[in-house]
Structures are given as structure tokens and as C-alpha cells.
Ligand binder design. Structure first.
Ligand code: SF4
Ligand code: SF4
Length: 169
């Protein structure tokens, strides 16, 4: 037998045996345990808000876009965004039976600081659809990059079902 190191045949090598994917709940806990992630996301939101404000979108604040069922659209958030949203304010239990965002009360948002990119970049002003979409795409990639930078498994999930599945309502 040669003196060189022989690779064991007992089971797959570590590279063929990746760690199991953490659950969304585990991802949320990891994010919430790292204030650097929250600070980095807050900076992304700040820059996105700045660019969106330059477009000067009109919004009388009717709150209809937060009523997902009525609008026929859904709100998707990344794991890092969901962790931040849940950390800045817990969902409102009074909304559990209603198919709208668990942060909306009397047509207004009760978690504006924590609201995800999808909320920040959505306006019903059709004239701004394209520039808003570009801003959303740009900053969405920055959020994705945060997942990579902090080695947080990437989830992109629908808001209300995720909150329910986490047992936060
Ligand atoms: S987080 Fe706020 S802005 Fe976003 S959908 Fe909910 S109520 Fe609306
Ligand atoms: S973006 Fe449009 S639908 Fe949403 S709150 Fe403003 S005016 Fe209402």
C-alpha cells in the first residue's frame, strides 16, 4: 500500500453531503440575532426610499394596495426582510382573520419603519410603473446580496402565509 493518504470509502465526502437547509423560522432567528444584518438592510431601505422620493409618486394613502385579496396581488419578502419586519413590530393579532396585511389598521400601516421593499416601491401611479420596477429590481438584488454576504439561506416568500406558518399571529 502506498504511503499516500487514502480517501475513505465510508460514506460520501463532506462536499457531497451539504448541510440541511435551515427552515424559515431558523433563518429568522439567525437574522434577528445579528444587528449588523438589520443595519445593512435599513441602509438599503434608506437608499431605496431616497430614489423613490425623487420620483415624487402621488399617494393619498387610501391603503387599498395593502388589501391583497381585494387587489389580487401578493406581497413577497426575503427571509432577511421578514426577520426585520417582525423585529421592528409584531403582527397585529386583530388582523388574523382578515386577508390583508397584518400591519394595516384603519387603512394605515402600523409598521412603516419595517415595511419591506415591495411596499416601499409599490405605487398605483401607472405612469411610474417602469422606474419603480427598476428601483425595486436594483434594491431587491442588494437584499439578495445581503443574504450571500451574511450566509443566510435565501427565502422569498409570501408575507401573510409565512407569518401564519411561523405562528406569529
Ligand atoms: S407592511 Fe404596511 S405598507 Fe406593507 S402591506 Fe403591510 S400595511 Fe401595507
Ligand atoms: S399606492 Fe395607491 S392604492 Fe396604495 S395607498 Fe397609495 S393611493 Fe392607495
Amino acid at each position: 500500500m502506498s504511503a499516500s493518504k487514502k480517501q475513505s470509502n465510508n460514506g460520501p465526502s463532506p462536499s457531497l453531503n451539504p448541510r440541511p437547509r435551515p427552515t424559515l423560522s431558523q433563518v429568522i432567528k439567525t437574522c434577528q440575532g445579528n444587528p449588523e444584518i438589520a443595519a445593512a438592510l435599513a441602509e438599503i431601505y434608506r437608499q431605496a426610499d431616497e430614489q423613490i422620493a425623487e420620483l415624487d409618486p402621488s399617494c393619498p394613502g387610501c391603503g387599498t394596495c395593502c388589501q391583497f385579496e381585494k387587489m389580487g396581488h401578493l406581497l413577497y419578502v426575503s427571509g432577511i426582510e421578514l426577520a426585520y419586519l417582525l423585529e421592528t413590530a409584531p403582527p397585529l393579532p386583530a388582523q388574523a382573520e382578515i386577508k390583508l396585511c397584518p400591519y394595516q389598521v384603519s387603512s394605515s400601516c402600523k409598521n412603516r419603519d419595517g415595511r419591506p421593499l415591495g411596499c416601499r416601491s409599490y405605487f398605483c401611479d401607472k405612469g411610474l410603473e417602469l422606474p419603480l420596477q427598476k428601483i425595486h429590481e436594483h434594491f431587491h438584488w442588494q437584499v439578495r446580496n445581503l443574504h450571500q454576504k451574511f450566509q443566510i439561506d435565501y427565502y422569498y416568500c409570501e408575507l401573510t402565509s409565512s407569518i401564519h406558518s411561523l405562528g406569529s399571529i
